[in-house]
Design a protein around this ligand. Structure first.
Ligand code: 8YV
Length: 327
């Protein structure tokens, strides 16, 4: 039998995933679930054939240059790979894979949750009740904004953006999107969505905007201070993708000044730090990066990792190899 690959996993994964990994590979788990320091990460990378990192591991070129030459595969537990310098890894002969597809529906669900929570004041209302503040119904109390008939602009029409579009359509919203290129005519017809080549023009016309693109050099601060100013005062902005896509400081200032109506954020520019201004605002719903956080989703992500590692071990090209040109 072929030598089992040494696989080092940087965080605690769901039990069934860890059990299967230990059966298949010479696996080193992180039972404490404490994120590795940069030095511990370098040590792990130099001792492993395969590293299974998560978003809490920043694998940049400096780290890669210190990692020796044993490591051959980085099988990221996550779809976004902005935590990894893929080009440098590839140049060093290291393949990078991710876990696309299995977290699409969960992330789209959370996107709709944030759209609804921000527009219908769900968190405010729930907090009032739990604080004993429900004094009885009133005609002009706790009024939010209707979704039906409103325009939703989706930034990034990949798998997750399309899944959000499907949901929004079912809620009676008019779906618009900005993407590097339009979706296929078949998908455009199914979703009944309108393509905007110009992000600026789309932003100026939407009631809701949802960020669903990856974080790449091209999307860093895509929603810059200048672009955020294009949003209408009643607009609500939602982000379940990556915090770096929005200039968080500029957004916090606009929300504080009431220049847009609200926001629903699951991700932040400097996670886990959050701009303190955001914490005090009633019109902002804040979640702790939980878009893919379902029991089923995290097991599916683990299974994707296992398939990638197993395929690599068997000498084939892993199905979810990320190539820098895709980014
Ligand atoms: C994870 C995510 O929570 O897949 C992604 O890109 O953001 C989330 O599913 C995280 O990245 C796990 O590494």
């Amino acid at each position: 039998a072929a030598r089992k690959l040494k696989v080092i996993v940087t965080r605690k994964l769901p039990d069934p995933v860890e059990t299967r990994m230990c059966e298949l590979f010479d696996t080193e788990l992180n039972v404490s679930d404490k994120p590795l320091t940069a030095d511990e990460l370098v040590d792990a990378m130099s001792r492993a054939d395969v590293l299974v990192p998560t978003i809490t591991d920043r694998i940049d070129s400096r780290l890669l240059s210190r990692s020796g030459d044993r490591l051959k595969l980085i099988a990221n537990f996550g779809a976004g790979v902005d935590n990894i310098d893929v080009a440098t890894a590839n140049a060093r002969g290291i393949i990078v894979t991710n876990t696309p597809g299995v977290l699409t529906e969960d992330t789209a669900d959370l996107t709709m949750t944030l759209i609804m929570a921000a527009s219908r004041r769900i968190v405010e209302g729930a907090e009032v009740v739990k604080a004993g503040g429900f004094q009885g119904w009133a005609p002009t109390w706790m009024l939010g904004r209707r979704l039906w008939g409103k325009r939703l602009g989706i930034i990034g029409m990949g798998r997750i953006g399309q899944a959000v579009a499907r949901r929004a359509k079912a809620f009676g919203m008019q779906v618009h999107y900005h993407n590097r290129k339009p979706v296929s005519p078949r998908i455009a017809e199914e979703l009944g969505c309108t393509y905007w080549e110009s992000l600026d023009q789309m932003l100026a016309r939407m009631d809701f905007v949802s960020v669903n693109c990856p974080h790449t050099p091209a999307t860093y601060h895509l929603l810059s201070a200048r672009r955020l100013k294009l949003l209408r005062p009643h607009a609500i902005l939602v982000n379940t993708a990556r915090g770096e896509v929005i200039d968080e400081g500029a957004l916090a200032n606009m929300l504080a000044k009431g220049e847009i109506a609200g926001a629903g954020l699951d991700v932040y520019e400097h996670e886990p730090a959050i701009n303190p201004k955001l914490l005090k605002l009633p019109n902002v719903v804040l979640l702790p990066h939980m878009g893919s956080a379902t029991v089923e989703g995290r097991v599916d992500m683990g299974e994707k990792v296992i398939v990638n590692v197993k395929t690599f071990m068997d000498g084939h090209r892993p199905p979810d190899r990320v190539i820098p040109a895709m980014l």
